[in-house]
Ligand binder design. Sequence first.
Ligand code: HEC
Ligand code: HEC
Ligand code: HEC
Ligand code: HEC
Ligand code: HEC
Length: 505
Amino acid sequence: MPRLIRLMLFSGLACLALAGVLFLTVPRNESAGLALGEDVPFYSLPWNDNPFYPGEITTADGLLANWETVPSSEFCAQCHYEEYEQWSVSIHAVSGPDILYETAISANEHAHDNRQGTEKIRWCESCHEPLFNLIGEVNPLPVVGPNDAAAEGTSCIVCHTAVDSEPLAGNGALTLAINTINDYEPALILAAPAEHARAMQAKTYNPLMGQSEFCGACHTEIRLPAINGDEPMHLQDTFDEWRRSEYADRNIQCQDCHMNANPAEYIAALSRGEQPERSISHRFVGINYLLTAADLPDNLVVFLRGGYPPGDIPVDTWRASLLEQQRLVTALLQEAAELTLQSSGNAAPGEALAFDVTITNSGAGHDLPTGPRDQRYMWLEVQVTDADGDVLYHSGWFNEQTGEVDPEAVMYLKLLYDEHGERITEHILFDVEHLEYTRTPIPARSSDTIPYSLTVPADSQGSLRVEVRLWYKLALQELLTYLLRLDLVVPPVLMAETILEIPLQ
Ligand code: HEC
Ligand code: HEC
Ligand code: HEC
Ligand code: HEC
Ligand code: HEC
């Protein structure tokens, strides 16, 4: 027998034998969870008996997840490399380590009314790095040991143990059966793959994985009175926006657009009235064109993402994949909206020129924009020039040196205020008392029309050129400058544009 075959046979048999031994010796349906007091002493409970409050995430048996056994995504990568590679460039992979989040939670911890500053962080962690909350790490005293998976943000095991969800309750309202699974042993998995697939909530066994209700738990953010204020205040409502849209009626789920190898192509096909197939992807393409900017100088993207991903993906492969992610993000943003420009007739020198700009949310399965709209916003740029190229009107400029946007622009931005009526520009959510919109976000498949007018100078001749652009931007300059202390201007992304020539009489 050739040596290689003998070796393979031998290792195959060894694997089977090991699987047998493990199958007999490892307790299977016993909780791996840890109890407060007994296993984890000195755990602070300022509000009630729920160790994860004011986050809504919980475990199926109510015990803390075990910091010694919860596996890193690196473990799953051994056998699911493709999913791992896609996830490694997603924003879920950095929802914890990303430098903006890390800085924001410490700023929140020190927000002015900081009683239970640390415990309140359990709220943020429930969505951003749920395992830190579940293992009991978010405590004034260090009472548990380190865990690699916890630092991976929304890691494989977070989503793949979810057995229940309460999307409208939000704040991470998932129930994870994370303590009942003991088969983190490659040999055991290979010996009983169906059992493993069931434990990992494969969609065939758990239909929730294919539904928006699953995503909604973390894509609904509510500031509770335990944090601040007297009444709950909704800060993000992406799930509810989707639920009220025609996509919910048409059974088009979050997964269909965002767990899709090419969301922009999929949405374009939907718009043409087709029923497109999709290939499932763990890239979770969204809007983050900054944390995917692998071409920024000085390895800035690695700094912003809080380091390299876990596992041994080659750095060059990962960088190339990040740039591909950025391309997919830009394409998605360009598929989200349509612009139309309507002029109410002819224009004449010395007279008024009026026209309407209509923005249609043609591609997003929820409001446009959505998410944390105090840090993601869009605005219109409108410029009118005469035949000589002289600018007659300009609204919505962007200053590339300072990052400043025309304060008079038609803009879709959420303004957060503290109890003294001071504007909060750095995402310090613990301080939020009151919010308002500069302009209401546009629901799915709806439009918003904005009238513009100007007076054409008496000496103009030839024709006028009206240019309209819709821009999308993440991160207010204040967030970058004062919270991150970074000398960086993030340019906006062009979502749509339209140009009209109007002859003068
Ligand atoms: C030793 C290899 C191995 C490891 C490690 C492993 N898996 Fe699996 N997994 C498999 C095999 C084999 C199957 C069954 C065949 C299939 O569907 O791919 C499977 C199936 C699955 C499925 C169902 C796939 C489907 O088609 O619906 C999910 C989900 C899953 N694994 C998630 C995970 C997660 C999350 C981890 C890490 C906690 C993990 N797996 C670790 C080998 C492994
Ligand atoms: C944000 C939640 C989330 C994270 C993080 C996540 N998954 Fe998934 N995964 C899902 C959902 C939801 C599905 C089902 C998607 C569908 O069928 O529409 C899925 C499907 C799968 C499947 C079956 C794929 C198929 O083609 O049927 C595998 C295998 C899998 N995940 C493994 C992993 C691994 C490995 C990781 C970590 C590298 C991971 N997942 C991270 C939510 C997640
Ligand atoms: C309900 C889940 C949830 C909770 C609770 C939550 N977040 Fe977030 N957070 C999100 C989601 C979802 C996004 C971004 C999604 C997107 O890209 O639109 C986000 C985005 C962010 C960002 C990125 C902003 C940017 O411009 O890139 C920061 C920073 C952040 N959150 C900090 C916090 C802090 C600090 C807390 C607690 C005070 C917190 N979050 C609580 C879900 C949550
Ligand atoms: C455990 C909580 C959790 C679950 C479950 C979850 N997400 Fe997220 N998601 C987040 C957080 C937190 C962020 C923001 C991370 C940041 O900006 O730091 C985010 C960001 C995103 C983004 C924005 C990416 C970008 O480029 O801006 C998309 C899209 C997204 N999630 C889609 C989904 C979909 C689809 C599902 C369900 C299959 C899902 N999420 C399930 C917590 C979650
Ligand atoms: C029909 C396709 C479609 C569906 C369905 C859909 N989305 Fe989106 N999503 C988009 C598009 C297009 C964008 C980019 C424009 C925008 O930000 O709204 C986007 C953006 C996002 C972002 C980033 C938003 C931001 O501005 O930071 C998040 C987070 C997100 N979606 C989550 C979800 C969740 C959660 C669901 C299900 C409840 C969902 N999406 C359903 C198409 C879709």
